[in-house]
Design a protein around this ligand. Structure first.
Ligand SMILES: [Zn+2]
Length: 274
């Protein structure tokens, strides 16, 4: 009995010494769900606008447009918002708000909306997220709020954010969204000045890296390919290299958001990767 008491006391003392709390808090459960946010109405000849080195002769790919919802404990984050429904043949038939409803999540519940970059196929459904903090690379936010935004910056998509002075966090570095390393917005500039990618670390599936448009399809990810519409070639290649090294070091699954062939890497909606 005495011996047990001493052992217990020593154990507690050891915990104090190394600064560990006696009862560790369970980590928040993190899940990741893909939401369809559009499909290319016709296949794209990627040899046209998606290479600046005349690569991909006769390669035609149908692009997909992906949104994601991340659940972290009781908090929700949306990553990319796709096209606005009904605005083009590529736009989704069902909007993200209705998709979230199927998951029993309201737009008002969403705490963070992260976007990879300011193009219209990623920023078409920002308006409903009235309570969210927008996480956007500062280089992109500066363009959206500039009197002379650069070509391709979808200023209209941010109208409610600007008019209603909603919360914005323009990012100059990586952002550990929930403070526990489980969801990190990564600085991957180049395609646009403030382009970002997202790392989601899941308990069962392991780390998942969502590309944004640092690469548009598997072939240009593998060959460090750069599209002809691109802000900074050297930065784009450096960002693809960064993603490859992260994927290798963490044994992460890379999901190229526009590549149909990567849809199956995550469970089909409404199921979540865990
Ligand atoms: Zn895109």
């Amino acid at each position: 009995m005495l011996r047990a008491t001493i052992l217990l006391a020593v154990g507690l003392f050891a915990n104090v010494l190394i600064g560990l709390p006696a009862i560790a808090q369970a980590p928040a459960e993190v899940t990741l769900t893909r939401i369809d946010c559009g499909t290319g109405a016709t296949p794209t000849d990627v040899g046209q606008r998606f290479t600046d080195t005349f690569a991909y002769k006769d390669l035609k790919l149908t692009f997909t447009f992906s949104c994601y919802v991340i659940k972290h404990g009781d908090d929700y984050m949306v990553w990319d918002t796709g096209f606005t429904p009904g605005t083009s043949p590529n736009a989704p038939k069902v909007g993200i708000v209705d998709r979230l409803k199927e998951l029993k999540v309201t737009a008002e519940q969403v705490k963070y909306v992260g976007i990879s970059h300011f193009h219209g196929d990623h920023t078409g459904q920002l308006a409903p997220f009235t309570n969210a903090t927008l996480l956007i690379g500062k280089g992109d936010w500066d363009q959206i709020t500039s009197p002379t935004p650069m070509q391709g910056a979808n200023v209209a998509g941010f109208k409610s954010w600007i008019d209603e002075k909603r919360k914005v966090e323009p990012l100059t570095g990586d952002k550990d969204v929930f403070g526990d390393g489980s969801v990190v917005v990564l600085r991957t500039p180049g395609h646009t000045p403030g382009h970002s990618s997202l790392l989601v670390r899941l308990k069962d599936m392991g780390p998942v890296l969502l590309s944004g448009d640092a690469a548009h399809f598997r072939e240009n990810y593998e060959s460090n390919g750069v599209p002809s519409f691109n802000f900074d070639r050297a930065a784009t290649i450096a960002s693809i290299e960064r993603m490859k090294q992260i994927a290798a070091n963490l044994k992460a699954t890379i999901v190229i958001q526009h590549d149909m062939r990567d849809i199956g890497k995550l469970p089909a909606f409404p199921a979540a990767a865990k």
